[in-house]
Design a protein around this ligand. Structure first.
Ligand SMILES: [Zn+2]
Length: 72
């Protein structure tokens, strides 16, 4: 069974769970707060890795020279 990573929307706890492929989209209860508002996280290597330019969002203005202004 594949190991999936989930994150709780309520308390932010990230946890991993062995889940059968056909059940991977089921709601799992958070081990910390018990909330079922959890989301499956996509593995970083599955998204296409090289786009790791930090946590700054892309700048929306074309006149910006850095392209990564935190405030736009
Ligand atoms: Zn939680």
């Amino acid at each position: 069974m594949p190991l999936y990573e989930y994150k709780c929307d309520k308390c932010g706890t990230a946890f991993e769970e062995l889940v059968a492929a056909e059940k991977k989209d089921d709601k799992l209860a958070c081990p910390n707060c018990g909330s079922t508002e959890t989301k499956r996280q996509f593995s970083s290597f599955a998204i296409g890795g090289s786009k790791q330019s930090g946590s700054l969002p892309s700048c929306a203005t074309s006149s910006c020279s850095t392209g990564t202004c935190p405030y736009v």
